[in-house]
Design a protein around this ligand. Structure first.
Ligand SMILES: Nc1ncnc2c1ncn2[C@@H]1O[C@H](COP(=O)(O)OP(=O)(O)O)[C@@H](O)[C@H]1O
Ligand SMILES: [Mg+2]
Length: 587
């Protein structure tokens, strides 16, 4: 995991090499100070040599300045390295998520992805900074201070032989338990984020169902749950403090007791005793720091796993190694594509690995270029699933989908999606102006092309009725438009692409019938060369199609023109009957 994560150090690797040197110089200057102090006490003060005291004092000031200098430099580079690492990691995660197929996205919840990109990366970034700052410093401090203390007085160092193991073991016992408690904290944050996110996205629904109190209660529970879990972990980890103070003060006491005796008998200078105590403090503090690093690393491990899980996700829909049709190739013949679509014995289930039920079974049909194919059937019968297979938003489980006689899996994805314009059932607009949103379809479109697409989608009139016209700013998700207006903008956006295949998944459900008829009419007039797939609920929306496919429970129940189906298909007849004005449905 560390190897995978460290790949994202990128250009900041040089700091990681530089930092140990800075740490080493910092530690050396800092540890020399007590040594000089002991000289002042034992030589300067004992001999009342003001000149000596001033000279050594000056050295101490210089060393302190050096320690500060190296310390600050160390801080600067560790901050640079860790912030840079965090930025690289976030970017890698974000571009990974951009590559995700629909199937990949289904696996992670949005909230969890957000937590992983923010909180988990922050965790790793902070741990990395602490590790850079402390993991080198503490052992260096420990070893050098130990060496210096030992050189001052070997016998007195025996106290360390007791204090260090005592501190290590007790700190280890506390922290290893605390780490177990920290692991669920991350999941609780996920949960909290999920509730916040769902609530914010659906705030209008929450209000219309007067569910505010219920939502507040739900949030409070998750918040308390998170807080309690975090407090449990922290209150155990915090025990470290008194234990450390106890051991440190105990050690100081023992040193003063035994060392005091030595000073009394002239075996040890008073200054040496003072610097010995400083070193012991440094040593015990380093032990403490090392254990803190272990705690942080253990906490970060959970975050690291969650991050690596995203980075390692196998993206199941990718360009084939040798695409038969690519953006560059086939330019002469297949520039725009003809738009023939064929399904050959297609079966599909969402959970490819699991035993889940087939959502589509044995679908076979062919649509000629320029045809209008309508798909009708009850909700949940697999209409959306079927059309999603054409631009390869999902891959078939069995069989094959062919566009212009080439399996969609043999296309370069960019090429395939360039050929197809999709208006998804759950479509979204983005904040920005209306023009910006429509230009998603084709960045190079002229104003004239934009206007034509909007006229065809019956969006031109309402756009020009806005004071700012095409420059009207849309709120997040297009909140300041009506449902039908949003749908028409989405259609215009797809039409601007001038795709060979246009897919409209229930895209006029919120548009009134008269306007819908006009949109349909402009399809037949202006999109003669485009193969159009229309999913609709109303018979009126599909009756003029060249072919109508009736789906029932993932299977094709009937296929043909309006007249043919009226004569042969029970389901179609039933739908037709139920939608006829003024006719009462029996029973
Ligand atoms: N992302 C998904 N993951 C798992 N199951 C899904 C997903 N999307 C749809 N389904 C299931 O597949 C079936 C067909 O859905 P769908 O194609 O959306 O139906 P339709 O568009 O005809 O209403 C439904 O039973 C639905 O529960
Ligand atoms: Mg649908």
């Amino acid at each position: 995991m560390i190897k995978k994560l460290s790949m994202h150090l990128g250009q900041y690797k040089k700091y990681v090499v530089l930092i140990p040197f800075l740490v080493f110089l910092d530690v050396l200057s800092e540890l020399s100070i007590p040594l000089l102090m002991s000289r002042i006490v034992d030589v300067g003060i004992v001999n009342s040599d003001i000149g000596y005291i001033a000279r050594i004092g000056l050295y101490m000031v210089l060393l302190a300045c050096a320690a500060i200098f190296f310390g600050v430099l160390n801080m600067k580079y560790t901050s640079l390295a860790s912030q840079g690492f965090g930025a690289n990691l976030r970017e890698a995660l974000f571009s990974r998520v951009q590559e995700f197929s629909f199937n990949n996205i289904d696996r992670f919840s949005t909230a969890s992805l957000v937590t992983r990109l923010t909180n988990d990366v922050n965790n790793l970034q902070f741990t990395f900074m602490m590790v850079l700052r402390m993991l080198l410093r503490a052992p260096m401090m420990l070893i050098i201070a130990f060496f210096l203390a030992f050189s001052i007085n070997a016998r007195l160092s025996i106290i360390l032989a007791i204090a260090i193991p005592l501190l290590s073991v007790s700190v280890w016992l506390i922290l290893s338990r605390a780490v177990k408690l920290f692991t669920p904290v991350q999941q609780k944050i996920d949960n909290l984020n999920r509730i916040v996110q769902e609530n914010l996205i659906g705030i209008r629904v929450v209000k219309s169902f007067v569910r505010e109190d219920h939502e507040k209660e739900k949030f409070r529970e998750a918040n308390d749950d998170y807080t309690q879990t975090a407090i449990n972990a922290i209150s155990l980890a915090i025990l470290n403090m008194p234990v450390m103070m106890l051991v440190m003060n105990g050690a100081t006491l023992a040193i003063i007791w035994f060392g005091g005796n030595m000073v009394y008998f002239g075996d040890l200078g008073a200054g040496e005793l003072v610097s010995f105590i400083s070193y012991v403090m440094q040593i015990l503090f380093s032990v403490m720091m090392i254990s803190m690093i272990f705690l942080l690393s253990a906490r970060a491990q959970a975050s690291g796993e969650r991050v690596v899980e995203v980075l390692d996700t196998n993206i199941d829909i990718r360009d084939s190694d040798q695409p038969k049709v690519s953006m560059a190739g086939n330019a002469s013949e297949n520039k725009t594509g003809k738009g023939k679509v064929e399904f050959r014995n297609v079966s599909f289930k969402y959970n490819q690995s699991g035993s889940g039920e087939d959502v589509l079974t044995n679908i076979s049909f062919a649509a000629k270029p320029g045809e209008v194919v309508a798909i009708i059937g009850g909700t949940g019968t697999g209409k959306s699933t079927l059309v999603n297979l054409i631009p390869r938003l999902y891959d078939v489980t069995e069989g094959a989908v062919l566009v212009d006689d080439v399996d969609v899996r043999d296309y370069e994805l960019e090429k395939l999606r360039d050929l197809t314009g999709v208006v998804l059932q759950k479509n979204t607009l983005f904040s920005g102006s209306i023009r910006e949103n429509i230009l998603w379809g084709n960045h190079d479109a002229s104003q004239e092309e934009i206007e034509t697409a909007c006229r065809d989608a019956q969006a031109y009139d309402f756009i020009s009725s806005f004071p700012n016209g095409f420059d009207t700013e849309l709120g997040q998700g297009g909140v300041n438009l009506s449902g039908g207006q949003k749908q028409r903008l989405c259609i215009a956006r797809a039409m601007l692409k001038k795709p060979a295949i246009l897919i409209l998944d229930d895209s006029t459900s919120a548009v009134d019938t008269a306007t819908e008829a006009k949109i349909r009419e402009s399809f037949y007039r202006n999109l003669a060369d485009t193969t159009v797939f229309i999913i609709a609920q109303r018979i009126s929306s599909v009756r003029d199609a060249d072919t109508i496919i009736v789906l029932d429970d993932g299977k094709i129940s009937g296929m043909g023109t309006h007249q043919q189906l009226l004569e042969s298909n029970e389901i179609y007849k039933e739908i037709n009957l139920s939608q006829q004005e003024g006719v009462l449905v029996n029973e």
